[in-house]
Design a protein around this ligand. Sequence first.
Ligand SMILES: Nc1ncnc2c1ncn2[C@@H]1O[C@H](COP(=O)(O)OP(=O)(O)OP(=O)(O)O)[C@@H](O)[C@H]1O
Length: 347
Amino acid sequence: MTGDVVLEAVGLVAGYRSGRRRSTPVVAAVTAGLRRGRLVCLLGPNGAGKSTLLRTLVGSQPALGGSVRLDGTELAALSARERAQRLAVVLTDRVDVGLLTARDLVAIGRTPRTGWLRSLRRDDLEVVEWALGAAGAADLAHRHVDELSDGERQRVMVARALAQEPAVLVLDEPTAFLDLTRRVELMVLLRRLADETGLAVLMSMHDLELAMRTADEIWLVHPGGRFQAGAPEDLGADGSIASAYAGDDIRFDHAAGTFVTDEQRGGLPVRVDGDDVAVLWACRAAARAGLTVTPSAPHRVAVESGPSVGWTLTGPGGATSTGSGFAALVDRLKDLDRPLIPPDIEK
Ligand SMILES: Nc1ncnc2c1ncn2[C@@H]1O[C@H](COP(=O)(O)OP(=O)(O)OP(=O)(O)O)[C@@H](O)[C@H]1O
């Protein structure tokens, strides 16, 4: 792989050794490149091997096979300090930071650049302030890290990583303990950093829909350890995401782009047309009503955005029913047996 790839795995096998001879591969045949300015989400069901792969990619766990290159150099050949000058890692574990303020903690992020012995110069302090600002944590600078909420703390940890001025930022489940608003905020922040500073971001996460909406690329670990990389839409449309997450009670409906539960599975098919935003929500409404959204189906819902979304449900023979608002749409879709109004008697 060439060009602006900053972190590259070639034939990487991540897993565990037990004893001298025995090894247990968890994720195999990983060949992928993380480019400058790209946001990549690492997805996969519980226990598939996301953390194992991330730890191997950042060098905190030895590879069972293949190689990892950072800026074209074998990771294993770089000293810890050389790695930290190019690669920053944010883990979910809560580390005890004593009575440090957010600014103190972010300043520690300069250590790979300054060494332990040199004190911070004016330009280091400028980077610390930049990192606090870039991570949306400037207003937290004087606060003790112990007192921060999970979301605030996460922003400070990102600021600390940015203070290393890395080319690559790797985060292990950074959204795990955040509520939906904070999760979206963190994704927007990482997206902006990738776009504006050229930072390459790789993050593991469980929030599949948020990842699919934000990432440039998805790295997907299937149960059993098969690895796949691709654009979110490609992996969604070809059923790869659905197959990786196929479980007993829940599955990913790749036509609707959402998870559906057992009760929603196998409902009557319906097609949804209209403008982008309205279609997205209408697909969700159809799934909630127990229907399966597919590109071609005898029943069709046309939606139109407005103060209240207007909809027209058309049946196989051209009979229709109209209404506004998603509550009414869900009620109508749940009751598809009720006759629609034939075209000739509709006013
Ligand atoms: N230290 C270890 N030694 C041996 N096997 C391990 C070790 N740590 C994890 N595993 C195994 O490796 C597999 C992958 O675990 P990993 O934590 O990487 O998955 P994950 O996709 O990150 O899971 P989750 O989404 O639940 O965090 C699991 O079967 C797990 O039991």
